[in-house]
Ligand binder design. Structure first.
Ligand code: PLP
Length: 423
């Protein structure tokens, strides 16, 4: 399931006359999950597509470009080898873990022991969620960045932990808010979740930020999980820094990376957890109970991707950069106030007036889809801190992004939105 593909979680109330029917009562950990916010938009998108409407879908960050042919060729070859069809190791084959360690040395100057400090997960989301299960329990609290990428909240909630969401937009303020929370909350937060480049807000940080975070973690005794999903997607020469490159980071936390974004392998489900040995050992215990590892052919093809596809990863980032420019320029020309992101796959745009005061983000998202055939993610789907914004994913080509801007412009013109209004 994707970030926007969750089923309705609340159980249906017993209907009249069916009171004696057998009832399924999901566990409280399921029932206490926050309501799912993207359901209405997804339903309308589905109905429009069923009717054959050409919807420009900027909603989900689902990469639409193919992986490098070298990778798919290797997969086809590895599938033919009968030795690759057995159960694999739940923490990943040794050569893939070595390749990940070698990428960390080359790119970030971080030395990792591939045996103890690298684990292969079934996409970073699976690894992240199970890491929360391995670290969190009843009474434990995690700090998550707000607005939040849904799984940052759900995974803690599913592990029966509590969440404190702290504004991510100002990095210095976030550091001082974390320190303040640690000084005043009892028991102190056990975990801080970081995600830079941040989804959805696109906030980025420098290495110094991570270094200060490590110092705070040591001072207050919290663990850190860095979700580094957009490690490979920096623009204009900006290379997103790794949390693990800060001195002492491996003592206090781990970092998740993925083949989904930079390598266009989202459906392959390949992610990595690197860093603190004890945390990785705990995750590996959980995974040992829950899964038998990843299809070996996929792991072998992933080695080829990591070893030989740097140029393709750079080209992909350049493609996202061009799409960013098209979308940001178009939105600005239509009166939106929008920062140009330094990294990632999204534009996080403040809704222009008068719409920001007239409509909720959810209603605006519905209107853009209904009247403009453009799907975006309403900011409130990422929690209250996202209200007033929409997120647009750079997953359509440049022409379709231009078209999306025109279609949104048409349906946000005053007469189109509210023909009866004179003021
Ligand atoms: C911040 C963030 N973390 C994790 C993921 C999931 O990555 P993966 O495909 O490796 O599970 C995404 C995907 O949208 C993301 O935006």
């Amino acid at each position: 399931m994707s970030e926007f593909d969750l089923p309705e979680l609340r159980p249906a109330a017993a209907e009249d006359g069916k009171a004696n029917e057998f009832q399924v009562q999901p566990a409280s950990r399921v029932l206490r999950l926050p309501p799912y916010m993207f359901g209405r938009i997804n339903q309308l998108l589905y109905e429009k597509r069923k009717l054959g409407r050409d919807v420009i879908d900027l909603g989900m960050g689902n990469p639409s470009d193919p992986p490098d042919p070298m990778v798919t060729e290797k997969l086809a070859e590895a599938v033919q080898d009968p030795r690759n069809h057995s159960y694999s190791r739940s923490n990943g084959i040794a050569n893939l873990r070595r390749e990940v360690a070698s990428k960390y040395v080359k790119r970030y100057g971080v030395r990792l022991d591939p045996e103890q400090q690298v684990l292969v997960s079934l996409g970073s989301k699976e690894g992240f969620s199970h890491m929360c299960l391995a670290m969190m329990g009843p009474g434990d609290t995690a700090i998550v960045p707000a607005p939040y990428f849904p799984v940052h909240l759900y995974a803690v909630a599913l592990a029966s932990g509590n969440v404190i969401a702290l504004e991510v937009s100002d990095s210095d303020k976030l550091l001082s808010n974390i320190a303040y929370t640690c000084q005043h909350l009892y028991p102190k937060p056990k975990l801080v979740i970081l995600n830079y480049p941040h989804n959805p807000s696109t906030v980025t940080v420098t290495q110094d930020f991570f270094t200060e975070m490590v110092q705070l973690a040591r001072r207050y005794g919290f663990l850190v999980i860095s979700d580094f999903a957009y490690a490979d997607v920096g623009f204009d020469g900006y290379q997103p820094p790794s949390f693990l490159a800060s001195p002492g980071a491996c003592d206090v936390g781990v970092e998740f990376t993925t083949m989904s974004k930079g390598y266009n392998m989202a459906g392959w489900r390949v992610g990595f957890c690197c860093g603190n040995e004890a945390m990785i050992r705990a995750l590996s215990v959980i995974k040992g109970y829950y899964d038998y590892g990843m299809f070996q052919a996929v792991q072998i093809a992933s080695i080829v991707a990591l070893r030989h596809c740097d140029a393709a990863v750079e080209a992909q980032a350049a493609l996202y950069q061009r799409r960013r420019d098209v979308l940001v320029d178009g939105l600005r020309r239509s009166g939106w106030i929008v920062d140009s992101p330094q990294a990632g796959m999204f534009v996080w745009a403040k809704i222009p007036e008068p719409w920001a005061t007239r409509m909720s983000t959810m209603d605006l998202g519905m209107h853009l889809l209904e009247a403009g055939d453009v799907a975006v993610s309403p900011g409130s789907g990422f929690g209250p801190a996202g209200e007033g914004y929409v997120r647009m994913a750079l997953v359509e080509n440049e022409n379709r992004l231009r078209q999306a801007v025109r279609q949104m412009g048409r349906c946000l013109s005053v007469p189109a939105l509210d023909p009866g209004r004179t003021g």
